[in-house]
Design a protein around this ligand. Structure first.
Ligand code: NI
Length: 247
């Protein structure tokens, strides 16, 4: 069930049998010359929606803007400051906890969100600890979709070291599978982008002039995206089950 397409009585009924919810979280940022700006949000949302078609789980609205300051030298990128994202995630979590949700599973599409979302979880927990709350501890998890065993094996098989770390052929393929009408036919020079460390926006564009890091998304395809989605779905379902069944 998708929260955006549900009514409040439906959510109230859902809560009688489950208090788990999946929240897709991504980013709106450049993904090189042939990757969609919405890639990270699209990937997380696509996998989360597939989860809801396989199991009875509520999927919340995609948080489509994340912490992406290092991409701001490329037109179209939008970022929240870490402090803004922290406040946003904390408020989303507290809202869901108000209704009785106990297990909040953030399915993440963007590495730049990891530190800040982790800090937001710590804010939620520390607020309860300081208040001396004896209420049940909220179970909060951030899961990067691309780190599952099946996805990593498939990416290695399909792309080897051309996977790189930003604007990867895996994520570009998955976003193209979700939006086949938005596939871009663009030649890439060099085929494989340089690798390195990221800092601020100006530094990023100087070191990685077309936006990619270490990747060759020229290898991306809709057909690969279909396989990557299938692998990511199995990884996510397995991880989600472990999360909801633990203690
Ligand atoms: Ni990405």
């Amino acid at each position: 069930m998708l929260l955006q397409l549900a009514t409040w009585p439906e959510v109230e009924t859902y809560l009688e049998s489950s208090t788990a919810v999946v929240m897709p979280i991504g980013s709106t940022e450049q993904h090189g010359p042939n990757g969609l700006i919405g890639t990270d949000a699209i990937c997380a949302e696509t996998i989360a929606r597939e989860m809801s078609s396989r199991i009875d789980v509520l999927v919340g609205p995609t948080l489509a803007v994340g912490m992406a300051q290092h991409h701001l030298a490329f037109p179209g990128s939008i970022t929240l400051k870490p402090s803004t994202l922290l406040a946003l995630v904390r408020d989303v979590v507290e809202s869901l906890l108000c209704h009785g949700f106990s297990h909040l599973y953030f399915l993440n599409g963007h590495g730049g969100n990891v530190a800040t979302v982790g800090a937001a979880f710590s804010e939620v927990w520390s607020t309860r600890s300081f208040a001396g709350s004896s209420r049940a501890t909220p179970r909060l998890r951030l899961r990067n979709w691309w780190t599952g065993a099946r996805v990593m094996a498939l990416s290695a098989e399909l792309f080897g070291n051309a996977e790189g770390s930003h604007a990867t052929p895996s994520e570009v393929s998955l976003s193209w599978y979700a939006h086949a009408d938005a596939v871009k036919d663009v030649s890439l020079t060099p085929e494989q982008a340089p690798d390195g460390v990221i800092r601020d926006a100006a530094d990023y564009r100087r070191l990685f002039p077309d936006g990619r890091i270490g990747s060759n998304p020229g290898l991306a395809s809709v057909a690969h995206g279909e396989r990557i989605l299938a692998a990511a779905l199995e990884d996510a379902l397995e991880d989600f089950q472990r999360f909801t069944e633990a203690d």
